[in-house]
Design a protein around this ligand. Structure first.
Ligand code: GLN
Ligand code: ZN
Length: 752
C-alpha cells in the first residue's frame, strides 16, 4: 500500500441529479412506467457526468459510492447484508432495497429519522441476534470500476462501522458489540477495494463528533487499529463532519490510518488539532469550505486556517466540511436571483471551484489564483455593506423588548378565561392544519407560476378548496376548524416568500429523503414583514363557519431550521427577528377576531446541538424565540403549537418552557410514552397527543382511537386533553382522511 496524498476533494456528492433526474426516473420505475434498466441507465449517466465534471474542475481525489438510489445508510445495510429479514422474500435485489425503504403492501419499511442535525432523513437499520452480516460489495465495486475506466482518481466512500452501528436500532445489547462481526467484514472490503484499484478509501464516521463514552473511544481506537493493520489495503481516510471530534481525534490519530478529515468551519478548529501530535504523520483533509450552507467562502480566512493546519500534519488537502448532499447542485440554474445576492453564494459546483482554487494556492502560491481571491474579497465587501443586511427599526424594536413582553399570565388563569371565551366541549377535536394537497391545488399553483391564470383566479380556486375543507369539518363535527393550508406549497417557503430578508430559489433542490426534495429559502438579511401573511385566507375561512377557526403559522425555529441561514450573525439573533415578524402576524390575527393561533415548531428537536454541553444554550434561545412570537396576545387568546419527529426526551423541559396553551405532539407510534415524560417535567398545559399515525394510509378504527385516548387519559386529566391526529394531513388522500377523522370524532364523542 503506497498511496500518495491528494490535494483537493469533497467528502460526498448529491445524487438526485441537477434537475432531479433520478427522482423522476425512480418514481417512473415505482409507478411501473419504466423498467429497472431505464432507472439504472439514468443513474449511471448522472454518475458519469458528475465524475467528469469534478475531475475537470481540478479535484485529484473524487468520492465514488456516495451515489444512492434512496439513502446511503440503507446502502450500507445492503453492503453489509443487514437488510431486515422481512424483505428477504422480495426476489429482485433492487425491489428488495426499495421494499426496505418504502415498504410494500405486506412489508413495513424501515423507520426514518433525521441525519444528525440536518434536514436529511436516513433509514434506520434494524439489527438483532438473527442479523448475520455478510459482504455484498458488487454495487460499490461496479461504481469504482466505472470511475476508474473514465480515468477518475476514485476514492470509494463507505459509512464506517461505528457510525453504522450507533445509528442502527438494536434489539438488545450494546450496539458496538457487533463490531466483532463487522470489523473483519470491513477489513475484507478494504482488500477487495485495493484489488480493484482504489488507492484511498474513505470511511465516514460522523458519530465521532457526538459525545462518546470512554469505552466508545476505546472502540474507535481498537476498530481503526484493526482496520488499518497490514498493507493489503488502500490508504484509509476516516471522515468526521458536522462538528469537531474532540477526544475522538486523539483516539483516531493514535491508529495507523493514513488520513483524517475534519470539519474546519466552526470556531477555531485549526488550533484544536495542534496538540494532537500523532497527526504529524498523516494527511489532514481540511473541510474549510462549508458543505451545508450556501455562502461563498472567505478564501483568505480559509487559507490562513490551512496555513495553521500545515504545521500539524504531514500533508493537508482542501475539502468540503461534509458531503455536498446538503446543498443544491449549481448556481447556474438560478436565473431569478438578484446579481448582488448571487455573488455572495456558492452552491455545489461553486464550492468545488473554491476547493480547487485553495488547493492551487497551497501548491503553487496565491498568485496563481489571484483572480479568485479578488472576486471572493469583492463579494464579501458588498455583502458587508448591503443595506438589506441591517434594518435599524427591527433592531431597535428587539433591543427595546423587556422580559414582561414575553411573559403571559399563569397557565391556569389563562385556561379558565379561554374556557369561558371559547366554549368548547370536553376532549375538543381538531386537526394539525393541512388537508390533502390535491392535484387541483398543485395545478393551480403551477398555472399561477406559469402565468396561465391570474391572481384573482388563483384566489378563487384556493377559496373553493377552503370551502370544501370547512364543509368537510362541519360535516364530520370537528370542534376547532382549520382552513386546510391549500395556499402553502411548503410551510417554510410560504412564509419566506412573504418576508423581507429571505430569497427563494427556483431550482435549489436538496434531497430530504428518497425522492423527496426541498428548496430551502435563503435567509440573507434582517427580517421584516411588509404585510400580513395569512389574514386573507384565515379571514375567508372564518366567514364560512360559525365554529372557531384556528389560524396556522410556522414558528421561528422551524423557519430557520429549514432555510439556509445567514452566517454573519448568531442564529439566535436571526431567530429573534423572525419571531418578531411572527409576533406581528399573531397580533394582526388576534385583532381580526381570531381566538386560536397555532405556531408550529416541528423542527425544534432537529436543531438540537449534537453535544450535550451546547444543548442548554440552544434550548434557551429557541424557547425564547417561540415565546417572543406567541406572548403578545390577551389571556383569552389560545396559543397552540405542534411538534413532531419523536425522540422528545432531551427537549421535554423546553416543551414545557414554550408555555403554549395547547401542544399537539406526535405520540401514536410511541404509544403515548411522551405523556409520562411531560408529566415528569411538571407540564400542566393542554396537550393533544396524536391519536393515530398519519404517515400511513391505514384508517384507524374507532376502537383503536378510543383505546389510544384511554391510554392518554391515564397521563392527562380530561380537562387538558385534546383529540387530534399526530401531524398534518397534506400527504394523505381525501378518502382516508375523511374516514379517519370520522372515527376520531366518534371516539371522542363516545368518551365524553
Ligand atoms: N401545520 C402543518 C401541517 O399540518 C404542520 C406540519 C408539520 O408538523 N410538519 O401540515
Ligand atoms: Zn407534524
Amino acid at each position: 500500500m503506497t498511496s500518495s496524498p491528494f490535494t483537493a476533494t469533497v467528502l460526498g456528492l448529491p445524487r438526485v441529479g441537477p434537475h432531479r433526474e433520478l427522482k423522476r426516473a425512480t418514481e417512473a420505475y415505482w409507478a411501473g412506467r419504466a423498467g429497472a434498466a431505464d432507472l439504472r441507465a439514468v443513474a449511471a449517466g448522472l454518475r458519469r457526468d458528475q465524475l467528469r465534471a469534478l475531475t475537470e474542475a481540478g479535484l485529484d481525489s473524487v468520492p465514488v459510492g456516495t451515489f444512492s438510489y434512496y439513502d446511503h445508510v440503507l446502502d450500507t445495510a445492503a453492503l453489509l447484508g443487514a437488510l431486515p429479514a422481512r424483505v428477504a422474500g422480495v426476489a429482485d435485489p433492487l425491489d428488495r432495497y426499495f421494499a426496505a425503504a418504502r415498504g410494500t403492501d405486506s412489508v413495513a419499511p424501515l423507520e426514518m429519522t433525521k441525519w444528525f442535525d440536518t434536514n436529511y432523513h436516513y433509514l434506520v437499520p434494524e439489527i438483532d441476534a438473527a442479523t448475520r452480516f455478510a459482504l455484498h460489495p458488487d454495487d460499490l465495486l461496479e461504481q469504482l470500476a466505472e470511475a476508474l475506466e473514465l480515468g477518475v482518481p476514485a476514492r470509494p466512500v463507505v459509512l464506517g462501522p461505528l457510525t453504522f452501528l450507533k445509528l442502527s436500532k438494536h434489539a438488545d445489547g450494546d450496539p458496538l458489540d457487533r463490531l466483532r462481526d463487522l470489523v473483519p467484514l470491513y477489513r475484507e472490503l478494504l482488500t477487495r477495494l485495493a484489488e480493484a484499484g482504489a488507492a484511498w478509501v474513505q470511511l465516514d464516521e460522523p458519530i465521532l463528533v457526538t459525545d462518546l463514552s470512554e469505552p466508545e473511544l476505546a472502540a474507535v481506537r481498537a476498530t481503526y487499529t484493526a482496520l488499518a493493520a497490514g498493507d493489503d489495503r488502500p490508504a484509509v481516510l476516516v471522515a468526521t463532519y458536522f462538528g469537531h471530534p474532540g477526544a475522538a481525534l486523539a483516539a483516531l490519530a493514535a491508529t495507523p490510518v493514513e488520513g483524517i478529515a475534519l470539519d474546519c468551519t466552526g470556531d477555531a478548529p485549526a488550533e484544536a488539532v495542534a496538540p494532537v501530535s500523532a497527526l504529524t504523520g498523516k494527511l489532514l483533509v481540511a473541510g474549510v469550505v462549508d458543505g451545508r450552507n450556501i455562502w461563498r467562502a472567505d478564501l483568505d480566512a480559509a487559507l490562513s486556517t490551512l496555513d495553521t493546519l500545515l504545521g500539524s500534519a504531514a500533508a493537508v488537502a482542501v475539502s468540503s466540511s461534509c458531503s455536498l448532499l446538503h446543498v443544491p447542485y449549481a448556481l447556474s440554474a438560478e436565473a431569478g436571483l438578484d446579481e448582488r445576492l448571487r455573488s455572495w453564494l456558492a452552491f455545489g459546483a461553486e464550492k468545488v471551484a473554491e476547493i480547487a482554487a485553495l488547493a492551487t494556492a497551497l501548491t503553487e502560491g496565491t498568485d496563481a489564483v489571484a483572480d479568485a481571491l479578488r472576486a471572493a474579497r469583492d463579494a464579501a465587501a458588498t455583502r458587508r455593506t448591503d443595506p438589506r443586511l441591517r434594518d435599524e427599526t427591527v433592531r431597535a424594536r428587539l433591543a427595546a423588548l423587556t422580559p414582561a413582553d414575553t411573559r403571559r399570565a399563569p397557565a391556569g388563569d389563562r385556561r379558565a378565561k379561554q374556557r369561558a371565551h371559547l366554549d368548547l366541549p370536553p376532549l375538543p377535536t381538531t386537526t394539525i392544519g393541512s388537508y390533502p394537497q390535491t392535484p387541483a391545488i398543485r395545478r393551480a399553483r403551477a398555472e399561477l407560476r406559469a402565468g396561465g391564470i391570474d391572481r384573482a383566479e388563483y384566489v378563487r380556486r384556493m377559496r373553493a378548496e377552503i370551502d370544501a375543507v370547512i364543509a368537510l369539518q362541519e360535516r364530520l363535527g370537528l370542534d376547532v376548524l382549520v382552513h386546510g393550508e391549500p395556499e402553502r406549497n411548503d410551510m417554510v417557503q410560504y412564509f419566506a416568500e412573504l418576508l423581507d430578508g429571505f430569497a427563494t430559489t427556483e431550482h435549489g433542490w436538496v434531497q430530504s429523503y428518497g425522492t423527496r426534495c426541498v428548496r430551502p429559502p435563503i435567509l440573507f438579511g434582517d427580517v421584516t414583514r411588509p404585510a400580513p401573511m395569512t389574514l386573507e385566507w384565515i379571514g375567508y375561512a372564518r366567514t364560512r363557519t360559525a365554529k372557531p377557526v384556528k389560524a396556522m403559522l410556522t414558528g421561528p425555529v422551524t423557519i430557520l431550521a429549514w432555510s439556509f441561514v445567514r452566517d454573519d450573525q448568531p442564529l439566535a439573533d436571526s431567530a429573534r427577528q423572525v419571531a418578531l415578524a411572527i409576533r406581528d402576524e399573531v397580533a394582526d390575527l388576534e385583532a381580526s377576531g381570531v381566538r386560536i393561533v397555532q405556531v408550529d415548531e416541528p423542527a425544534l428537536r432537529e436543531l438540537l446541538p449534537l453535544r450535550a454541553a451546547e444543548q442548554p444554550a440552544y434550548l434557551a434561545w429557541s424557547v425564547a424565540a417561540f415565546r417572543l412570537a406567541t406572548t403578545g396576545v390577551a389571556d383569552t387568546t389560545q396559543i397552540h403549537t405542534h411538534l413532531c419527529y419523536s425522540e422528545f426526551g432531551a427537549i421535554i423541559d423546553a416543551i414545557a418552557g414554550l408555555d403554549a396553551d395547547v401542544t399537539s405532539i406526535e405520540a401514536a407510534r410511541s404509544r403515548m410514552e411522551v405523556l409520562g415524560d411531560l408529566n415528569a417535567a411538571g407540564f400542566d398545559l393542554g396537550v393533544g397527543p396524536g391519536v393515530y399515525d398519519i404517515h400511513s394510509p391505514r384508517v384507524p378504527s374507532v376502537a383503536e382511537i378510543t383505546e389510544a385516548l384511554r391510554a392518554a387519559l391515564k397521563g392527562v386529566p380530561a380537562e387538558r386533553l385534546w383529540v387530534n391526529p399526530d401531524c398534518g394531513l397534506k400527504t394523505r388522500g381525501p378518502v382516508e382522511v375523511e374516514a379517519s377523522l370520522r372515527n376520531l370524532v366518534a371516539a371522542a364523542h363516545a368518551l365524553r
